[in-house]
Design a protein around this ligand. Structure first.
Ligand code: IMP
Ligand code: MG
Length: 213
């Protein structure tokens, strides 16, 4: 990399911190230090609940069961954005049957950690469900309000069959009765992030699932 003179020279002297090599080292060590600090802060506010390995094993198990149950059929998987995007991407790649994909996005009014119960589509499906084997893919069922609403809406569009797979289930938090057909993990009443799940849009890209302390 060629460093322009103006960036490295102060008057006729090159400032030690601005010499190209030192500057790169400084930038690198600042980056390494920041990354290290971030890791320490993350470990202070989060606790690992499900490791990447456990999640992948369970997703493999779910994929085998779904492939077996829908053998000889094609399923239309409906991902619930945004939280289910990583789970859905891993799940579809492990399935042994033909699949088509579509997505919905629902907004539920409330604060960052609690839904209020009033739900609305902010992105609807692009295809018809009539006569198709449809599988809703959700990241987590908490109160059950979102999925109950979505299930009823999609059922009214006359699919051939309608089932739900959720990676996580918090049964102790239910406000309405709702049971998924395929469940990855039942977890206790904690707010969790990672593997697609967020807290105020952060942490979706963590490979494991963490409890926010
Ligand atoms: P429900 O309507 O209360 O079942 O909540 C459904 C939605 O709330 C999920 O699809 C998530 O987007 C969000 N949610 C519920 N619990 C958590 C959590 O622990 N972490 C992140 N998002 C959550
Ligand atoms: Mg969700």
């Amino acid at each position: 990399m060629v460093w322009p003179k103006s960036q490295t020279q102060v008057g006729n002297h090159v400032h030690p911190l601005l010499r190209p090599h030192d500057l790169r080292l400084t930038v690198f060590s600042t980056f390494a230090f920041t990354t290290h600090c971030k890791k320490i802060i993350l470990s202070m506010i989060m606790k690992l609940l499900l490791s990447e390995k456990r999640i992948q094993q369970r997703v493999g198990f779910l994929a085998r069961r779904i492939s077996r149950d829908f053998l000889g059929r094609e399923i239309l998987m409906v991902g619930v954005l945004k939280g289910a995007f990583i789970f859905m991407a891993d799940l579809v790649r492990k399935l042994k049957i033909p699949v088509r994909l579509d997505f919905v996005r629902l907004a539920s009014y409330g604060d960052g950690t609690c839904s209020s119960g009033k739900i609305q589509f902010t992105k609807d499906l692009e295809c018809s469900l009539r006569g198709k084997d449809v599988l809703i893919v959700e990241d987590i069922i908490d109160t059950g309000v979102t999925l109950q609403y979505l299930y009823r809406c999609l059922k009214a569009r006359r699919p051939g069959s309608l089932a739900v797979v959720t990676l996580l289930d918090k049964p102790s938090r239910r406000k309405v009765s709702f049971q998924a057909d395929y469940i990855g993990f039942q977890i206790p009443d904690h707010f969790v992030v990672g593997y697609g799940l967020d807290c105020a849009e952060e942490y979706r890209n963590l490979r494991g699932i963490y409890i926010v302390k």
